[in-house]
Every structure is written in C-alpha cells, then in structure tokens.
Design a protein around this ligand. Structure first.
Ligand SMILES: Cc1ncc(C[n+]2csc(CCOP(=O)(O)OP(=O)(O)O)c2C)c(N)n1
Ligand SMILES: [Mg+2]
Length: 366
C-alpha cells in the first residue's frame, strides 16, 4: 500500500495490461491477474541476486575483490520491482550498492562479477570495481561512490532527454542518507522547475552506514521531501516486489508522458552490514530479527507456494538454477584476464587532455 504526499493517480494502462494475466482461483488474492510465469521469473531474479551477492561476499573474503563492496542483501524485491518498471532504453543511475541493479537492468552476471574481480571482461573493463559499473547499452550510467554524486548527473541526463526529444526516462536510485546531501535538494528543485523526466528513488533501508533515519533526518518520512519541490512523492513497501513494480511503473510512465519528475521511497531492510567488512555491531538484536522476518526472498517464496504457483520441488529447482548462474559468474570472472597495467590511464578522460600524467608507480618523475 503506497502512502502519498501530494497526489495519487489511478494505475496507467501499462500497469493494468500487465495485470491481465492468468492466476485464477486465488479468490482475488494478491496474485490475482498476475502471470504465474512472470511471478516465477521475479522469484528467480531475486534469488539470483541473493546468490550472486553471497558469492561476492565470499570472493571478497578470498581477496579476489578489492576496494569497497556493498551488497543488495535484503533489497532484492526493491531492485527487481524497480527494474521491471524500466524499458531497456531508459537510463539508470545508482549509488555504490548496485550489483543487483546491474543484473536486473540486463547485464550478464558474469560481466558484473568480472568487474568486481577487476578483470577486463567486466562492465568497466575491470577499472571501476564494485562501485563503478557502467554499461551504455544496458542503460546503466553508473555506479557512484560519492553519496549523492549521481543525483545531479541523473538530472542532467533527464535534461538531455528533454532537450533532444524522445521518450526515455531516467531513474535515479539513492539511499536514505543521501536525502540530506545538498546536491539532492538542488537537483530535485531543478528537475521540478524544468519538468524533467526523472524518477528519484530513495531506498530507505533505515540506515546510512550505522546511523538510523530517525537520528539523521528531521523529517523521517522521506517521501515528503518531494512536497518542498511541488513534486509527487510516495512511499511503497520495498519488501513487496509487486507493489514496487506497480508504484515505479506508474511514476515512470507519468514521467514519460508528462515529463514530470517524481520521488518514490521504498522501505526495506539491509540484512547485513553497510559493506562486507562491517560486522554491524551497532544493530540491536531486535532490528536484526525484524530484518530477518522481512526477508523478501524467503517471504515471496513462501507466498508463491501458499498460492499454489510453486511447489517445494519447483522452488528448489529455481534456487538450484540461480546458484548455478551465480557460480558460473564466478567461474567466468576467475577465468578472465587482469587488465594490463599500461592501460591504467586509458579511460581517465573521454577525450585527450594536454599534460595528462600517465606516470605509473616506480616510473621516474623526470
Ligand atoms: C559525500 C560523501 N560523504 C560520505 C561518504 C561516506 N559514506 C559512504 S556510504 C554512506 C552512507 C550512505 O547511506 P545511504 O544513502 O542511506 O545509502 P545505503 O548505504 O544505505 O545504501 C556514507 C556516509 C561518501 N561516500 N560520500
Ligand atoms: Mg540507507
């Protein structure tokens, strides 16, 4: 159930037609009208992201992955629901917690894992790592490590779409902590003033590193931030893949048709620490238990079985396939070559720059 800050609109045609599916006899339950194949597909993708992230955590502890590494564990329903609202040609900007988004936007998991492993077959040829994935063809325009760094850039991309014409929409993902960064407010203001087709999505996992939203935000109902810019804002249950898909589809299609920006807040749980090296000692037993209870993958599995869309064997088979795909991604990354050090500076600038220093460590200064 979405809470709305400024206005609510009925479901668009796109949302309604997707519901013209075929789960029958569920007594008008929440899967009524949904395609069983699509529901299984969501379960597969959420499980794939879960297994992928578990393998990423493992690769990190094996020192196969360097730098920072932030996982989407607990946010799988949000990730899959959001990405199902976008067309391939739509553009996505994310923060550094982006592996699941890259996969759900259509990049092969092997290329995502190879980027984590710093290999040439990765999305950024191995030079970006966990926080800096980029794939123009898939419409993923980064992966940003600076909190809030992606928000003005996403707004600029929406301005480019508006200027050139076309029906693309930009989605800009960020965390709850990002809503207190100055650039967030500047970007939302400009997006609303100039009617830019961008949907800002705040993933409220209730924590910015170890700080809770209540302690960092004077207005902890983050979707209400939109009202300051006369922008539509609403909150959705981020543990519910269908609710996220429907809310995001509606806002994306509104942005496509009217060019108006919007803000969607998806409330979810971060199952583990801020990054893989954070033991999250600051969390209470209660909050850890609450997060476990809200596990969107386990709960969706149980719901699909309860509704008769899956039985235990079918669920296990989907999980086996997801594990195999995550394992194959690791094998692909492991078998891929490391970049040659001589290419270290090849992608620093898009166009040649005078006096660009290409000195490698141990090279003579003069
Ligand atoms: C400008 C800036 N300040 C501080 C940091 C350090 N930092 C990295 S992640 C983070 C927390 C952000 O929390 P949130 O926006 O809620 O995203 P989440 O990690 O929960 O997905 C901070 C403070 C940074 N990367 N950039
Ligand atoms: Mg957060």
């Amino acid at each position: 159930m979405a809470q709305t800050a400024t206005r609510t609109k009925p479901a668009t045609r796109a949302t309604k037609s997707r519901r013209a599916g075929s789960v029958r006899g569920s007594g008008g339950g929440r899967f009524a009208g949904e395609s069983p194949e699509l529901l299984k597909d969501y379960f597969y993708e959420m499980t794939l992201i879960r297994r992928f992230e578990e393998r990423a955590a493992q690769g990190y502890t094996q020192a196969k992955i360097g730098g920072y590494c932030h996982l989407n564990l607990g946010e799988e329903a949000t990730v899959v629901g959001l990405m199902r609202a976008l067309r391939k040609s739509d553009l996505l900007f994310t923060n550094y917690r982006e592996h699941g988004y890259a996969i759900a936007k259509g990049i092969e998991p092997g290329r995502v894992m190879a980027e984590l492993y710093g290999r040439t077959t990765g999305t950024s040829k191995g030079w970006g790592g966990s926080m800096h994935m980029f794939d123009v063809e898939a419409g993923l325009l980064g992966g940003y490590g600076i909190v809030g760094g992606q928000v003005p850039l996403a707004t600029g991309a929406a301005m480019a779409i508006d200027y050139r014409g076309g029906d693309q929409v930009v989605m800009c993902q960020m965390g709850d902590g990002t809503t207190n960064i100055g650039a967030f407010h500047e970007a939302l203001n400009i997006a609303a003033l100039w009617n830019l087709p961008v949907v800002f999505v705040v993933i409220n996992n209730q924590l910015g590193m170890g700080t809770t939203v209540d302690k960092s935000s004077a207005e902890p109902d983050l979707f209400k931030r939109a009202a300051a810019y006369r922008m539509h804002g609403e909150r959705v249950d981020g543990n519910d893949v269908l609710a996220v898909r429907d809310a995001a589809s509606r806002l994306v299609e509104e942005a496509r048709e009217s060019g108006r920006p919007a803000l969607l807040e998806a409330v979810s749980e971060r199952l583990k620490g801020h990054s893989v090296v954070d033991p999250a000692k600051y969390r209470s037993e209660d909050s850890i238990e609450k997060a476990k209870q809200a596990d969107p993958v386990a709960n969706f599995r149980a719901e699909l079985i309860e509704a008769g869309i899956l039985d235990e064997d079918a669920a296990v088979e989907i999980e086996r396939k997801a594990q195999a795909e995550a394992d194959a991604a690791v094998a692909f990354a492991d078998d891929s070559p490391h970049p040659d050090p001589s290419t270290l500076f090849d992608y620093t600038y898009a166009t040649p720059v005078a006096n660009d220093s290409r000195r490698l460590p141990a090279d003579p200064v003069f």
